[in-house]
Design a protein around this ligand. Structure first.
Ligand code: FES
Ligand code: FES
Length: 206
C-alpha cells in the first residue's frame, strides 16, 4: 500500500473523521425521522402511519405531547408513555372494563381506542377523578362500603361509576347493576360496589 493510500485510510478512520461522519449521519437521520403532527400525517389516500405521529393528548387537565405509532391504543399510550397507570390492561379486547376512562365525560374502554383518535378530547382517568387527599363522592363511597378486594378492577369501576352517577342521579340498585354491566370484578365484590354507587348517587355526587 502506498503512503498516499495509507494517509487516506488513516484520515478516513481518524477520530475527527469518525465524529464528522456521525454528525452527517445524525443530521440525515434527523431529517428522515422528522415526525409530523396528526393533522399533516395522512398520505394522499388519507392513511396515517405506519411511522410515528406527533399528538397532544389532554389527560386529567394537562396537555401531554408524544410521538406514537398510529396502531398504539389509548390505554398503552396512557400506561406506557404517559405514566398514567390507573387504567388497567386485563383483557385488552373490550370485555372487562378494567381500562375504563372518561372521554369528554363518557365512559369508554381505552383498550379499544387508538391514541391518535383521542387527540382533541378531554381524557380523565381515575387519577383525575379524585386524589387521596380529595376523594370524589364515588371514591369515598367505594372506601366506605369496602367495595374492593385486590383492587385491580377498581379504577375502571370508579371511572364507569362516575360517568353513570353523573347521568343517573338517584339511580336504584337495579339501575346501577345494569349501568355498570360493562365492568367485571373477578373477586366478586359486586354487592359492595352496587351499594357504593347507589349511595353516591343518592348523595347526589360523582
Ligand atoms: S382491558 Fe379494556 S376492556 Fe378489558
Ligand atoms: S376487586 Fe379484585 S378484580 Fe375486582
Amino acid at each position: 500500500m502506498s503512503s498516499e493510500e495509507k494517509g487516506s485510510d488513516s484520515s478516513k478512520w481518524s477520530r475527527r473523521g469518525f465524529l464528522k461522519g456521525i454528525g452527517v449521519t445524525s443530521a440525515v437521520a434527523g431529517v428522515v425521522t422528522a415526525v409530523k403532527p396528526l393533522a399533516e400525517a395522512a398520505n394522499d389516500n388519507g392513511v396515517v402511519g405506519p411511522g410515528n405521529v406527533a399528538v397532544t393528548l389532554k389527560v386529567n387537565g394537562q396537555s401531554r405531547k408524544l410521538n406514537v405509532e398510529p396502531r398504539v391504543t389509548l390505554l398503552d399510550a396512557l400506561r406506557n408513555r404517559l405514566d398514567t397507570t390507573g387504567p388497567k390492561k386485563v383483557c385488552d379486547r373490550a370485555t372487562c372494563g378494567a381500562c375504563t376512562v372518561l372521554l369528554d365525560g363518557k365512559a369508554i374502554y381505552s383498550c379499544t381506542m387508538l391514541a391518535i383518535e383521542a387527540e382533541g378530547h378531554e381524557i380523565t382517568t381515575v387519577e383525575g377523578i379524585g386524589s387521596p387527599d380529595k376523594l370524589s363522592a364515588v371514591q369515598k363511597a367505594f372506601a366506605e362500603h369496602d367495595a374492593q378486594q385486590c383492587g385491580f378492577c377498581t379504577p375502571g369501576f370508579v371511572a364507569a361509576a362516575t360517568a353513570f352517577v353523573r347521568q343517573n342521579p338517584n339511580a336504584t340498585i337495579e339501575q346501577v347493576r345494569a349501568g355498570l354491566g360493562g365492568n367485571l370484578c373477578r373477586c366478586g365484590t359486586y354487592a359492595g360496589m352496587l351499594l357504593a354507587v347507589s349511595d353516591a348517587a343518592k348523595k347526589g355526587g360523582a
